[in-house]
Each structure stands twice: as structure tokens, then as C-alpha cells.
Design a protein around this ligand. Structure first.
Ligand code: MN
Ligand code: MN
Length: 464
């Protein structure tokens, strides 16, 4: 065979995912990216992300679920306990199943403990408890913001957001100087009780007085928020990086931000739903909390809070819930939309390159998750994988298959198994990140845009 013939044969037979930038209009991608960056600078926590989402939905004419008339076609949403949200586009008739895109809007971070404030040797600090899988050393010596809510003694909710505005002060967890760290502490030597946050250093009085700096902090908190120390026990205060999303590289081809995992999928699916012109089937876009700690709790995906409203929809359409709900669920198709790990060239050896996600090569289709011998996995049926692959190919979505690291090294779970266990068709899809779970994760703009295209195609065209 000639070299030309061999090349043609290779083209025909071999598979290698294409570069996701191919065929993209850079201006369109930049515009989409800047909308995302803007959203991310405001929605760093699950509560804030829900608030920003509602703003977009209201602007687009979506109504709160209490006001939805399910007899007709309707665009509606349900905020669930301030930290999760389900967005529905219900059609006139309810046959077959839903197309669901599910992601999570919690990200690894550091929380304040219930009784956080203390003073030690000239500094007032806060005790913290980290949330999700972090490499603790990454959280030292970076600017942090405190974001969340405090419920006061009288039941009033106070919102806190300090450090994100450039005029705000920031907070820092400070590491030991190298001069005195002669044993060169290994990462594993850093324990959770070392993650103490600096709050202040000025005493309330210059007279001899015990815990004078702490008292000054409490006084400032009282003046600013009307709270006393006990109120901090009924609070959710999260430390997030006080870093704005930024473009990365001379070519500006990437975005660094806190919390791409997994707000990038949430944002891309939200935009896809808002932009979708006609729907193949009724659609739900749902954002969960608590994925990073195992999907526990009422706002995590173990509680599929988006399902009970389906009963109301069926009832409004005159259908017997007991007969039709199970059918609806069985025929529902879900993209569990979560990020994957892109190969970091400096640490290549943790991946098996043929099955690792490469930056800038499109949305990652992860057939199965789990650890070692697929323990705890949701493993999508070949038939369902084919349907999704065909959808992406037909709609020119750049995609690549991927696994999270070498067989015995890697692993992880997503929300997918909590859909699978109810009988829904589900597969994991999402862009790949460099530096996942760090305070400043990196994504390719092209992968972000193809994720949006993938979700839009799924909402507009996917049928079982
Ligand atoms: Mn995730
Ligand atoms: Mn994660």
C-alpha cells in the first residue's frame, strides 16, 4: 500500500479525538467565556450560585414552581433549601421521559467551625473544618473570602460576603516560614487543625485584659451584622479563594477560577436550557449540593428532590401518578455532568494516556466512574453510550472518552449512581480540568464551549 492509502485507511479505521478549537469562532467562544467568568465571580458558593441562577431565570421568564400551571407548557424552577435548584421545561403533553442534566454546585473549600473565634499570642484566629477533597497546603498563604449565612438568635438571617470585593479585607491561613521548617514538612504532615484563619490583631483596649483582640473582633462583628458569638453556631460560613476568574496564557485559551468543579457544568447546562429553541422531550436541569462529601444530606443528590414535583405535573395533566411516574422515570435520560481530570504534562504518570482526557479535546464522556475494580461505579450501558456518542457526532460536538487516572491509582464518584439506582439511563459528561480541586482550577475555553454545545444538543434533540 502507498503511504497515501495507509493514511486514508488510518483515517477510516483509527479513532483519535479532534482538537476542540477546530471550527470554533474565537469571538463567540470568548463571549461565552466572559459570561461564564462574570457569573463565577459572583457565584462562588452553592447559595450564591443559586441566587445568580434565579436572576437569569427570572429574566428569561421562568416562574417559581408555586406559580406554575402544569396544564400548559411551562418554564419553572424550584429552589431547594437555598442550596440546590431544579429547573423544568414542561411540555404540553408528558409522554416518554425527561432529558435531565444534573451537576453539583458545591466545591471543595474550608468551613468555619461552629465555635471558631479564638486568640493566641497576639493574633485572633478562626478554627476551620475543611469540606471535600483538598490538598491542605494549597490553602495556605492565599487571599480568602468568608461567604455564607448566620441565623441570629431572633431567627433573622444575615448574609456574609467579605473578601470578594476589591475594597474588602481578605483572610489568610499562614504557613510556617522555611527558616524554621527544617524538617521540611511533607504535605501529609499538614493536619486539619493547622488550617487556622487569621481574623485580626488589634486589641479592644491597651489595658491588661484577657482575649482583648478576640473581643475586638466580636465587637466588630456585632456592629456590622448585629450578631453575638453564639450566633456563629447556627451559621454556614465558607472560606473561598478571594481570586477572580482570569484568562490564562499568552493565547488566552484557558480560564482559571475557583470552583469550575462543578459549576462549569451547571453554568453550561443552564445556558443550554435557556438557549434551547425547541425541545425533544421535557427537560430538567438540576444543581445539587454536597457532591464533594458523597452526595449526603437533603440537598445532596441522594435526595432526588426534583422528582416529587413530577407527580404534580402528571396530576395536572390528568394522568394517574401511580401508573405513569415509574414509566416516566424509566424512560428518563440523564447526563450526569461533572468535570474530569485533564492530563497535567508535569504529572503524566498517574494517567493511562490512551484513556485520559486531554485539555482542549472536547467534552469528556466517562462511561464508568468508581475506584479500582469499578467499585461504587455507575457504568453506563453500551447502548446508551452509543446514543450519546451519536448525538454528539451528529451535532459536531468535540468529545473524547476518559477515565480518572490509572486503574489502581485513580477513581471517584459523581451523582450518576443516584440516578442509575432509580432506573434512569445515565452517563457522565463534562470538560476536563487541570489542577482539579485546587483553589484555582484551569479549563480550556474550547472545552467549556463544547460542553455547552453538547448540553444544548441533548436538550433539543435527544430521544430514547
Ligand atoms: Mn465534581
Ligand atoms: Mn470534585
Amino acid at each position: 500500500m502507498s503511504k497515501k492509502e495507509l493514511e486514508n485507511l488510518k483515517k477510516e479505521l483509527a479513532f483519535s479525538p479532534r482538537n476542540a478549537w477546530k471550527g470554533l469562532n474565537s469571538k463567540v467562544v470568548d463571549e461565552f467565556s466572559s459570561g461564564y467568568m462574570d457569573f463565577m465571580s459572583k457565584g462562588k458558593t452553592e447559595r450564591n450560585f443559586v441566587e445568580e441562577t434565579v436572576k437569569l431565570l427570572e429574566k428569561a421568564g421562568y416562574v417559581p414552581i408555586e406559580k406554575a400551571d402544569f396544564k400548559n407548557e411551562v418554564k419553572t424552577y424550584e429552589v431547594y433549601r437555598s442550596k440546590a435548584i431544579a429547573i423544568y421545561r414542561v411540555l404540553k403533553t408528558l409522554n416518554g421521559g425527561f432529558n435531565v442534566i444534573a451537576s453539583h454546585i458545591d466545591s471543595p473549600r474550608i468551613d468555619l467551625k461552629p465555635r471558631p473565634v479564638y486568640e493566641d499570642t497576639g493574633i485572633a484566629l478562626a478554627k476551620t473544618h475543611y469540606y471535600g477533597g483538598i490538598k491542605k497546603y494549597q490553602w495556605f498563604n492565599i487571599p480568602l473570602a468568608i461567604v455564607g449565612v448566620i441565623i441570629k438568635g431572633n431567627g433573622e438571617t444575615v448574609k456574609v460576603n467579605v473578601g470578594n470585593d476589591p475594597k474588602d479585607p481578605v483572610f489568610v491561613i499562614s504557613d510556617l516560614l522555611p527558616h524554621l521548617d527544617k524538617q521540611d514538612k511533607k504535605f501529609s504532615d499538614i493536619n486539619g487543625e493547622m488550617l487556622n484563619l487569621i481574623l485580626g490583631s488589634k486589641p479592644i483596649t491597651f489595658e491588661e485584659f484577657d482575649s482583648s483582640i478576640k473581643l475586638n473582633i466580636l465587637k466588630i462583628l456585632n456592629e456590622k451584622y448585629g450578631i453575638v458569638e453564639e450566633d456563629l453556631t447556627s451559621a454556614e460560613l465558607e472560606l473561598v479563594p478571594a481570586l477572580e476568574p482570569r484568562e490564562v496564557g499568552f493565547d488566552r485559551s484557558m480560564i482559571a477560577a475557583y470552583g469550575h468543579d462543578d459549576k462549569i457544568c451547571a453554568y453550561a447546562s443552564l445556558k443550554a436550557l435557556l438557549d434551547a429553541e425547541k425541545l425533544a422531550r421535557p427537560a430538567v436541569v438540576v444543581f445539587f449540593d454536597k457532591e464533594e462529601i458523597g452526595s449526603e444530606g437533603s440537598t445532596g443528590s441522594k435526595n432526588q428532590f426534583w422528582i416529587p414535583p413530577l407527580k404534580k405535573m402528571l396530576a395536572a395533566k390528568g394522568k394517574d401518578v401511580n401508573v405513569f411516574l415509574d414509566d416516566l422515570i424509566e424512560n428518563t435520560a440523564v447526563l450526569s455532568s461533572d468535570v474530569s481530570a485533564a492530563v497535567n504534562p508535569t504529572f503524566k504518570d498517574v494517567h493511562e494516556i490512551n484513556n485520559a482526557a486531554i485539555l482542549g479535546h472536547g467534552i469528556v464522556v466517562t462511561k464508568y466512574t468508581g475506584i479500582r475494580g469499578k467499585a461504587g461505579a455507575s457504568d453506563a450501558d453500551a447502548e446508551f453510550v452509543w446514543k450519546v456518542r451519536k448525538l454528539f457526532n451528529d451535532n459536531k460536538v468535540a468529545w473524547q472518552p476518559g477515565e480518572l487516572g490509572k486503574v489502581d491509582i485513580g477513581g471517584g464518584g459523581t451523582v450518576s449512581k443516584y440516578f442509575a439506582e432509580r432506573g434512569m439511563h445515565v452517563i457522565d459528561t463534562g470538560p476536563a480540568l487541570v489542577g482539579m480541586h485546587s483553589p484555582y482550577e484551569i479549563v480550556s475555553k474550547a472545552d467549556l464551549y463544547h460542553s455547552y454545545l453538547a448540553y444544548k444538543a441533548f436538550i433539543e434533540k435527544f430521544e430514547m
